[in-house]
Design a protein around this ligand. Structure first.
Ligand code: EPU
Length: 427
């Protein structure tokens, strides 16, 4: 639900006092795709460790609208009964708020032979085209009609397996065609596939339930089509959210005394952990947790270029920029995935960070510079969390509006932060 809630944060003015444990929730960008994949199941799917976030609530609404019966078994476990899918029309109203709704198109086309959908919404981070989806469906033999407000896509009988090459390694397009391939005739080969851990996790679960997917975690994925999957007696346990965990590690490096980020998968954060330790952040990496120690000496500035996995994730670029404002020297920030994802830097500048935006993709940050609390509006969930981190380390009080965007991706963030000593109120 869109609300006008705000966060009021009383900053630490550079003190390093945060202490205790902060739990990593289940990954938004994994669970949303497994929810969409439920359309491929003839019977049911049970999903545990589901984060309580707005995007999950919206995806569940979309599924219910399509005829899926959703049973909440406990606060983190859902059972979806998918024996009947009643319509091929994806709700315009709900998908306006959720970019991930696009991943329903592949499963629906596979299962019902047709799908209609609007241009998807989601975060405002530059142009978010869907041409890979439209082109991919054509290659798999579908007829496409552009209705102006959206698309109507049909196949004669079934999707026909074929080779799809992506110009850029797109996460949702890879997931979408991996799912479409499960019900296509013959083999679907995805080249220049994305390799994010969430894709591997989805593919492995589909394989457990009867799919035949090989090449997961490599740039070439092959799917041999078959029949509907079965989820009886199977549970998908949502993998840890590497972006939430990474954001907490960054917070620990900035304001932690001894902060333990629990239930995470350090292997998925190699590029962040490598950069932080070269900058002088002291950490202890355990099997499923990371302990970050605050330190008195300065962090060294470093350059960051976002990249598809296993490179530095675009979703951690904004939280990391806050750390760069506190590092000694000049950092060069290069966002290569999305344009329009550096606008939040203007707000950091108004907090007195020394930032210079060169163009839509590049910026220079000079540090260290003490930040001053202020009033700000969260433009999207990742920049929103960067504002929360900036407000925590700043002096004075900050008010962050549009908390709805932060709630889209971070589970009860205010509660988790209060537990480690942050003075944050939701009003
Ligand atoms: N692209 C196209 N055409 C397409 C699809 C993508 O040109 O049809 C381009 C994009 O414009 C971009 C590049 O391909 O330049 C890669 O974008 P990608 O498709 O991988 O992004 P996405 O699948 O839309 C997912 C996550 C994002 C995350 C990116 C990159 C979900 C629901 N979203 O988006 O997560 O930033 O991958 O890792 O999985 C977030 O969680 O805040 C978020 C935005």
């Amino acid at each position: 639900m869109i609300t006008d809630e705000q966060f009021i944060i009383n900053g630490l003015a550079g003190k390093k006092t945060l202490e205790g444990k902060i739990n990593t929730p289940g990954a938004k960008n994994a669970v949303l795709k497994v929810l969409a994949a439920s359309i491929l199941f003839s019977d049911e799917v049970t999903i545990s460790n589901v984060p309580d976030i707005e995007d999950v609530a919206r995806m569940l609404e979309l599924l219910e609208d399509l005829g899926v019966v959703v049973e909440k078994q406990d606060s983190k476990t859902y059972r979806l009964i998918t024996s009947e899918i009643l319509t091929h029309e994806i709700s315009t109203e709900i998908s306006k708020h959720l970019r991930a709704s696009i991943v329903l198109t592949g499963p629906l086309l596979g299962r019902l032979g047709k799908v209609t959908f609007p241009h998807p919404g989601g975060c405002v981070i530059g142009k978010r085209p869907i041409d890979f989806f439209i082109e991919g469906f054509k290659i798999l033999g579908a007829d496409i009609k552009d209705t102006g407000s959206g698309y109507e896509i049909k196949v004669k009988k079934n999707l026909k397996g074929n080779t799809i090459f992506f110009k850029n390694a797109s996460v949702t397009a890879t997931e979408n065609f991996m799912m479409a391939g499960v019900l296509a005739e013959g083999q679907t080969i995805i080249k220049n596939a994305a390799m994010e851990p969430e894709i591997v996790s989805l593919g492995e679960f589909l394989n457990e339930c009867g799919a035949q997917i090989t090449g997961l975690g490599t740039p070439e994925i092959t799917i041999t089509g078959g029949s509907l999957l079965s989820g009886k007696d199977k549970i998908y346990h949502t993998m840890p959210d590497r972006i939430a965990a990474g954001s907490f590690v960054i917070l620990g490096a900035l304001a932690g005394k001894k902060l333990e980020v629990t239930n995470c998968e350090p292997k998925h954060l190699e590029s962040l952990l490598y950069s932080l330790s070269s900058a002088g952040v002291k950490m202890e990496i355990k099997k499923d947790s990371i302990i970050v120690y605050g330190r008195d000496s300065k962090l060294t500035a470093f350059d960051i270029k976002t990249h598809e996995y296993p490179g530095f994730p675009t979703d951690l670029q904004a939280p990391l920029a806050v750390l760069l404002t506190q590092s000694d020297g000049q950092s060069f920030l290069f966002e290569t995935i999305f344009e329009g994802r550096l606008n939040y830097l203007e707000t950091l500048g108004r907090m007195e960070a020394d930032v210079k935006i060169i163009d839509a993709h590049r910026a220079l940050i000079n540090g260290p510079k003490s930040l001053k609390g202020r009033e700000m509006e969260s433009p999207d969930l990742r920049a929103g969390l960067a504002y929360v981190i900036a407000a925590i380390i700043a002096s004075g009080v900050s008010t962050i509006h549009n908390v709805y965007y932060i709630d889209r991706g971070y589970e009860h963030i205010d509660k988790s932060l209060r537990a480690i000593g942050v003075d944050i109120k939701r009003v």
